[in-house]
Design a protein around this ligand. Structure first.
Ligand SMILES: Cc1cc2nc3c(=O)[nH]c(=O)nc-3n(C[C@H](O)[C@H](O)[C@H](O)COP(=O)(O)O)c2cc1C
Length: 362
């Protein structure tokens, strides 16, 4: 099933493999970034979702024109391209706000909420103009939109806080604003944290009606992740000691309540067998393969051709992610060529250099 095509409205995917959004610190327009993403597309992923991108960068025409080159490269390599849009906690003025006041952040006003919806909608329209086949609205991983949905961080007493229905409002307005900006025949994905590992956080009981509401508001694809837990990032990026297909049952629960929307499962699925099983059991329509595509951009092709023994396996060390927190470009413990694909492409790195780098990582 992994290599069966899937149609989502006008978007025709050649298979069920999605490269989920993963920050790189390579930018999106550099040769390094373009070649890095194109390599994953060439390696067989059906859909490549570019990393979380702050919405206000789309205000710059030079960014929109520049990022079109990334889209072209992904398309030329045989995949469809999407981009994740991130509303952060910062207003265009630079001031930090939150759904409810917290240390160092004041509560966002209703007017500023309306402005945020417009800023996101504009970014989505510009992403479409740049050629992206879909947008992925970032409602997960403890970012701003998730903070609105979570009873832990949203203590508002107006129409945006309190009951479950009110906590949904911000996200639903984001979706409605995006839909108005991109038109009917364009794919909107929403990344959501199905649970938050805090006693007073998001539960699956909150998530299921939310998924239905998102679908009714016009979301085509629900991308089901989890939130960061107390002091731990490894819930989102499951470590080696966590089970394979870590969050697939949450995706399955969502798939059980929606009718039209497609569902993406994510979390440590890096063998053909595990991904096929999740699809066969009807837990999801699409499989996000994250760190494994950092470790081996040709994972999909190797699975399809029965060459799994040749796969460079991700060891879930999370070195890639840790580097981001030190404001460094990602690297990989098992793949020394991450971020250097363009040096291979332009001949700066010779076969001898590559062989030496590979020996070093063994
Ligand atoms: C280096 C790195 C950067 C990430 N950046 C993002 C991001 O920009 N947006 C997002 O929604 N998730 C991000 N994630 C989470 C991944 O999309 C994915 O959900 C997670 O890695 C689990 O999938 P995996 O086990 O297949 O790696 C990132 C993960 C990693 C390792």
């Amino acid at each position: 099933m992994l290599f069966e095509p899937l149609e989502i409205g006008a978007l025709k995917l050649k298979n069920r493999i999605v490269m989920p959004p993963m920050a790189t610190n390579f930018g999106l327009r550099s040769d390094r970034a373009v070649t890095y993403y194109a390599e994953r597309a060439k390696g067989g992923a059906g859909l490549v979702i570019a990393q979380a991108t702050p919405i206000d960068v789309f205000q710059k025409a030079s960014f929109v024109a520049g990022v079109a080159r990334l889209v072209e490269a992904i398309h030329a390599a045989g995949a469809k391209a999407a981009i994740q849009l991130l509303c952060g906690n910062k207003l265009p003025s630079g001031e930090a706000v939150a759904p409810s006041a917290t240390d160092g952040m004041r509560e966002i006003t209703r007017q500023e909420i309306r402005d945020t919806v417009q800023r996101l909608a504009f970014a989505a329209a510009m992403a479409k103009e740049a050629g992206f086949d879909a947008v992925n609205l970032h409602g997960a991983h403890s970012h701003f939109a998730q903070e609105f949905f979570s009873p832990r961080t949203n203590k508002r007493t107006d129409e945006y806080g309190g009951s479950l229905e009110r906590r949904m409002r911000f996200a639903l307005e984001l979706v409605a604003g995006t839909r108005a900006a991109v038109g009917d025949d364009y794919v909107i994905m929403y990344r959501h944290s199905a649970i938050e590992y805090f006693d007073d956080g998001i539960t699956i009981e909150d998530t299921l009606p939310f998924a239905v509401a998102l679908e009714n508001a016009g979301v085509d694809v629900l991308d089901i992740s989890v939130a960061h837990g107390p002091g731990r990032k490894d819930y989102v990026m499951p470590r080696k000691n966590m089970p394979m297909a870590t969050h697939a049952d949450l995706a399955a629960a969502v798939k059980g309540v929606v009718t039209r929307a497609k569902v993406i499962a994510v979390g440590r699925m890096n063998t053909g067998e595990v991904t096929e099983r999740v699809l066969r059991e009807g837990k999801a329509d699409l499989i996000a393969v994250g760190r494994q595509l950092i470790a081996d951009p040709y994972w999909a092709q190797k699975v399809r051709e029965g060459r799994e023994a040749e796969i460079t396996v991700c060891n879930a060390c999370n070195k890639c992610y840790k580097r981001l927190h030190n404001f460094l470009p990602i690297t990989c413990e098992v793949n020394p060529l991450v971020g250097r694909e363009w040096e291979v492409a332009n001949g700066t790195l010779t076969d001898v250099d590559i062989a030496a780098l590979r020996v070093k990582t063994r």
